[in-house]
Design a protein around this ligand. Structure first.
Ligand code: PEP
Length: 254
C-alpha cells in the first residue's frame, strides 16, 4: 500500500515570517486531512523556525552534505538536520545536478548518509529536453537510479522515495502528460523490481515533479505508478498547494 506524498520544495524563496506563515496556512487548510503525507522544504536557515511553529507538517531540507563533519564551508550535515528534528531531505534535485554540477555518485553518498542518520531521502532523477527528444529518457533516468541508489539494501530502499522530475517540465509550466509520466514511473518501478525485489518495488513511492498544479494533479496522481508529487512553484501559495493535496482525496490507494 503506497500512501501518497505531496512535497513542497520552497527552494530559495520566502523570508522567515513568510515561511512560518505558509506552513501554518497549509496545516490549517489540511484540517486534519489524512489523504496524503505532506512535507515542506523551506530554505535551510528557516528550518528551525518552521519546525518550532509545530504545525504537524513534516519538514525537510533541500540538500545535505554526505560527510559527518569537518572542513566543508557552508555545508550542513545529516546530524545537524537531525538536531533540528528534520525528518526528510531532497537529494539530487536537477537544479543541483545541472547548475551546481552534482553527480549521481555524490547523490549516492548523500543518500546513504541520510539513511544512516534516519532521514528519508527523496532522490530526484530526470532527463533534459534534448535527451527526451533523442529517445534517451529511460536510459538517462535508469542510469541515474542505478548510480544514485547503488549499494542500498532492500530495507534502505524501502525508506527512500524516488522523484521523477523531467528537467524540461520544472518551472516551465510544461507538465509531462500523465501517459509520459506514467511510462517513466513504470520503468523505474520495473528497475526497482529487478534490482531489489518485486515486493520492495511495490512499496517504494515514486513522486512526479514538474509544473504540478491543482488543476493537473488529479490526472497525474490517478496513474498507477505515480504516488505523489514534488511541487515547486505551486507550493509557495497555500491555496494552490492545498489544491494539489486535495487531489489525492479521490485517488486510489495502490
Ligand atoms: C521542482 O523544482 O522540483 C519542481 C517540480 O518545480 P515546479 O513545480 O515549479 O515545476
Amino acid at each position: 500500500m503506497r500512501r501518497p506524498l505531496i512535497a513542497g520544495n520552497w527552494k530559495m524563496n520566502l523570508n522567515r515570517a513568510q515561511s512560518v506563515a505558509l506552513a501554518r496556512e497549509i496545516a490549517a487548510g489540511l484540517n486534519g486531512s489524512l489523504s496524503a503525507d505532506v512535507a515542506v522544504f523551506p530554505p535551510a536557515v528557516y528550518l528551525d523556525a518552521v519546525i518550532a511553529a509545530d504545525t504537524g507538517l513534516a519538514v525537510g531540507a533541500q540538500d545535505v552534505n554526505e560527510n559527518a563533519d569537518g572542513a566543508f564551508t557552508g555545508e550542513i550535515s545529516c546530524q545537524m538536520l537531525c538536531d533540528l528534528n528534520v525528518t526528510t531531505v531532497i537529494l539530487g534535485h536537477s537544479e543541483r545536478r545541472n547548475l551546481l554540477g552534482e553527480t549521481s555518485e555524490q547523490v549516492q553518498r548523500k543518500t546513504l548518509a541520510a539513511l544512516r542518520a534516519g532521514l528519508t531521502p527523496i532522490v530526484c532523477v530526470g532527463e533534459l529536453l534534448e535527451q527526451r527528444q533523442a529517445g534517451q529518457t529511460d536510459q538517462v533516468v535508469l542510469e541515474q537510479c542505478r548510480t544514485s541508489l547503488a549499494g542500498l539494501s532492500a530495507e534502505q530502499m524501502l525508506q527512500t522515495v524516488v522523484a521523477y522530475e523531467p528537467v524540461w517540465a520544472i518551472g516551465t509550466g510544461q507538465v509531462a502528460t500523465p501517459a509520459q509520466a506514467e511510462e517513466v514511473h513504470a520503468s523505474i518501478r520495473q528497475w526497482l523490481s529487478k534490482s531489489f525485489s518485486p515486493a520492495t518495488a511495490a512499496q517504494v513511492r515514486i513522486l512526479y515533479g514538474g509544473s504540478v498544479k491543482a488543476d493537473n494533479a488529479a490526472e497525474l496522481l490517478s496513474q498507477a505508478n505515480i504516488d505523489g508529487a514534488l511541487v515547486g512553484g505551486a507550493s509557495l501559495k497555500a491555496e494552490s498547494f492545498l489544491g494539489i493535496i486535495r487531489a489525492t482525496e479521490t485517488q486510489k490507494v495502490a
